[in-house]
Design a protein around this ligand. Structure first.
Ligand code: GLN
Length: 447
């Protein structure tokens, strides 16, 4: 893993920091335990892993790809970091991302953009672009990302790997640097569905350190991978398969539906009429929550403090002006505005009402179907620089992923072929709340 990074990551730039010493000493410890008879070995024994850099790791630099946190060494582990260690995985490196997970192309990293391993002129997606590109490069056995509005699934689709966003509350957010707390979830990025099931098994479960963690039993995900989809009812929202979806992407998804049909599943078109409002509602709510969450970065408690300030207020201002990049500032301003008295009812409250309607759309479909299936993204990966001068255009790319976060549901992206230019296409399978088993079963049967 370390050699692979050193030899092959120079061009792709998926990795921010390597913990060579820590990884080697963990590997040595695991070797000794293997040699000592009678030791029980963890589910992910010896597997090298890279973590998105917004997941805190005790003693390993955690920057969220922000200049603000460029010197931050956490004094504790996120629950997922601790669980991976308990499962005997080896944390090797921290991975590039859009700053504070805001973006969909990795071009917002405060350090450098990651490139798509399939073609370095293209973005890897984001915000977990480093995690997806590192996985596509096979630097690690698996990686973890976080998904607030698609940040696991979209880069997985762009990089031709598997990305799973669990149900909100399934995986602890303790130690995940918060972007939008009511939407954020951590999940695995892997080369196949079986690996995703293993990793989810290791990281899922109730955690008293996360007040929104769900106290719901974690089933055996491996036993869900039966290969059987007979009688499965698939709903395909017409809003996410028609206009606005690239024809190559649509054809690939229709071909996948045909394959599932030949295996005994049935599908029909359904309508989710509020889909068109999902992107504006998401960007309002996510930015509102971000403006509140990022208030903690004041130059006092974490990270870098500006050294050119004459007094306290100026120190806050200067630290934030210098520490945050343009996209983060844009969101803080939008969110602060939407939450301010006088505008709250018109924007924040309205967006919450839209969120309820979107949840209702899902409930209506799930009354008659087992899963919802549609593309992960309207297009395949775009070229680096292509969307950078138009934030709204970039935001509209998220239409296939944000409704799922607004409803808190589990969803997976699995590779489903390639466009004529050689870039991978992703297919998305959305399940009922806490029904990751069905999502994994269908994805596994298909892939
Ligand atoms: N692209 C979306 C955004 O910029 C999703 C980000 C995410 O899921 N972290 O907000």
């Amino acid at each position: 893993s370390i050699t692979s990074i050193k030899e092959r990551d120079e061009e792709i730039k998926s990795v921010l920091h390597v913990d060579e010493e820590g990884a080697l000493s963990k590997a040595k410890e695991l070797d000794e335990r293997l040699a000592a008879a009678g030791e029980e070995l963890g589910l992910l024994y010896g597997l090298p892993v890279g973590l998105k850099d917004n997941i805190v790791t005790h003693g390993i630099r955690t920057t969220c790809a922000s200049k603000f946190l460029s010197n931050y060494d956490p004094i504790y582990d996120a629950t997922v970091s601790a669980k991976l260690k308990e499962a005997d995985a080896v944390v090797v490196a921290k991975l590039n991302m859009d700053e504070f997970a805001m973006g969909g192309s990795n071009e917002n990293s405060g350090f450098f953009p990651t490139k798509n391993p399939w073609n370095t002129e293209y973005v890897p997606g984001g915000s977990s672009g480093g995690s997806a590109a590192a996985m596509a490069s096979r630097h690690f056995f698996f990686t973890l990302g976080s998904d607030t509005g698609g940040s696991i699934r979209q880069p997985a689709a762009f990089c031709g790997v598997v990305g799973l966003k669990p149900t909100y509350g399934r995986v602890s957010r303790f130690g995940l640097v918060a972007f939008a707390s009511s939407l954020d979830q951590i999940g695995p990025i892997t080369k196949n569905v079986e690996d995703a099931a293993y990793v989810l098994q290791a990281i899922a479960g109730y955690d008293e350190y996360d007040s929104t963690s769900a106290n719901v039993e974690v089933p055996d995900y491996l036993s869900a991978l039966t290969g059987d989809v007979k009688g499965l009812r698939i709903g395909v929202p017409k809003e996410l398969i028609g206009e606005g979806i690239d024809s190559e992407v649509r054809d690939a998804v229709l071909a996948a539906l045909k394959q599932l049909e030949s295996m005994g599943a049935t599908w029909s078109e359904v309508s989710m009429p509020h889909t068109e409002y999902a992107v504006p509602a998401y960007y309002l709510l996510a930015s509102s929550e971000a403006s509140s969450n990022l208030a903690r970065f004041d130059g006092v408690r974490y990270g870098v403090r500006a050294d050119n300030a004459a007094n306290l207020i100026e120190m806050y201002k200067e630290s934030r002006s210098q520490g945050f990049g343009p996209e983060v500032k844009r969101r803080i301003m939008l969110g602060t505005y939407a939450l301010s008295s006088g505008y709250y009812d018109a924007y924040y409250k309205k967006a919450q009402q839209v969120r309820t309607l979107i949840i209702q759309d899902f409930n209506d479909v799930f009354a008659n179907f087992d899963v919802i299936l549609h593309p992960t993204t309207p297009t395949t990966a775009f070229k680096i620089g292509q969307n950078t001068d138009d934030p709204v255009k970039m935001y509209l790319e998220d239409i296939c992923t944000v409704p799922v976060n607004l409803a808190g549901l589990p969803a997976i992206s699995v590779p489903c072929g390639f466009a004529a230019n050689g870039m991978p296409i992703g297919l998305q399978i959305v399940g009922k709340a806490f029904d990751e088993s069905t999502v994994l079963r269908v994805a596994h049967a298909y892939e």
